[in-house]
Write a protein that binds this ligand. Sequence first.
Ligand SMILES: Cc1cc2nc3c(=O)[nH]c(=O)nc-3n(C[C@H](O)[C@H](O)[C@H](O)COP(=O)(O)O)c2cc1C
Length: 217
Amino acid sequence: MNKIAHYVSFSVLFLLTSTMLKSQQTIQLTPPDLIRGLPAMKTLSLRASATEFDTTMLSLKDISDLLWAANGINRPTSGKRTAPSAMNAQDIDIYSFMKSGVYLYDAGKHALQLVVTGDHRRLFQRDEKSPAPPVILLLVSDVSRFRAGEDSLKMIWGAMDAGIVSENISMFCASENLATRPRASMNQKKLRELLNLKDSQYPMLNHPVSYKKNRTN
Ligand SMILES: Cc1cc2nc3c(=O)[nH]c(=O)nc-3n(C[C@H](O)[C@H](O)[C@H](O)COP(=O)(O)O)c2cc1C
């Protein structure tokens, strides 16, 4: 190979690699697949909190349907969601922590919007050396979206609303043979700093999500 050909192939390789490593600003999700999954009763019989997680990245279709099931828009004419919320405040935002960055779920566009680049999943790990699950969903309530009520009540509603989104996630995972676990324990201070949260935004729960270890299908 002459010097020019060598230089060109090196440059192409460099460009390809840097493009692949760069976090995408917007990840357009696929439309929800409304016919996948198990019947409700079978799903309930399988719901359980996982204790171990795989590291394989979820497919775009699985991430898309997971987020739609969690809190997507299921009635486009009213903009209402798969999860109810007190006063229809729609106070729960879902941040998706992945290897390439932290993304905010934009239900209106059914897309993920980049918030912070880089891998911050270790913020949820007790043991920082253990491998992280591919996706960790953080449920944040913005209690300022409740138009009325005492502050203490708003906190209760925010926690309830997060609990319902959490159960949607658990049900989708049970139905799709995915591993998940609702967790209240997390480093609130570091998460607030990283995501630049307002005082009215409270991280309520997080859900690691992965394929089941040693799954055959
Ligand atoms: C509100 C809430 C908070 C939880 N927080 C944690 C947590 O911080 N860490 C954890 O390992 N599990 C957490 N869990 C999971 C529970 O420990 C688990 O649901 C419980 O042991 C029952 O097991 P099951 O979900 O398999 O039925 C939490 C569950 C809920 C509903």
